[in-house]
Design a binder for this molecule. Structure first.
Ligand code: ZN
Length: 145
């Protein structure tokens, strides 16, 4: 199996069996974002406690890239501090824009499967949608103290 094929399978697995899809009863932060160029819509919720993301969930609809990326994001941020989460957003956005990043820095190996997106500039917004929502949510959580 080629690396591209392997990555494609990881992405489809997250798309077909999304992790953390749903709502959090007492989510402290909710962010809704969309990507009009592709029609992707996402709503993420996070439960932040003592400066750490305890849980993150999402709802939405859109292409396989946007939904798989949201699934990976909600899985990856669990138990990260707000600062660590922002660092991860930065790292992810560098990766999908084709910059060299250290894959060991990702708390979830599956995220690497999206690195090929850098070859398809039109899809970069699909891949980063959930991460932009995360970034916004983290900033709101930080403001709430
Ligand atoms: Zn899309």
């Amino acid at each position: 199996m080629s690396l591209d094929e392997l990555y494609r399978r990881v992405i489809m697995d997250h798309y077909q069996k999304p992790r953390n899809r749903g709502r959090i009863e007492e989510g402290s932060v909710t962010v809704d974002l969309n990507n009009p160029t592709c029609g992707d819509r996402i709503s993420i919720q996070m439960h932040v406690d003592e400066g750490k993301i305890r849980e993150a969930k999402f709802l939405g609809e859109g292409c396989s890239i946007s939904m798989a990326s949201a699934s990976m994001m909600t899985e990856a941020v669990k138990d990260l501090t707000l600062e660590e989460a922002l660092h991860l957003v930065d790292l992810f956005s560098k990766m999908v824009q084709g910059e060299e990043v250290d894959p060991d820095e990702f708390p979830l190996e599956d995220i690497e499967a999206l690195q090929g997106i850098s070859k398809f500039p039109a899809r970069i917004k699909c891949a980063t949608l959930a991460w932009k929502a995360l970034e916004k949510g983290v900033k709101e959580a930080a403001d709430q103290g």
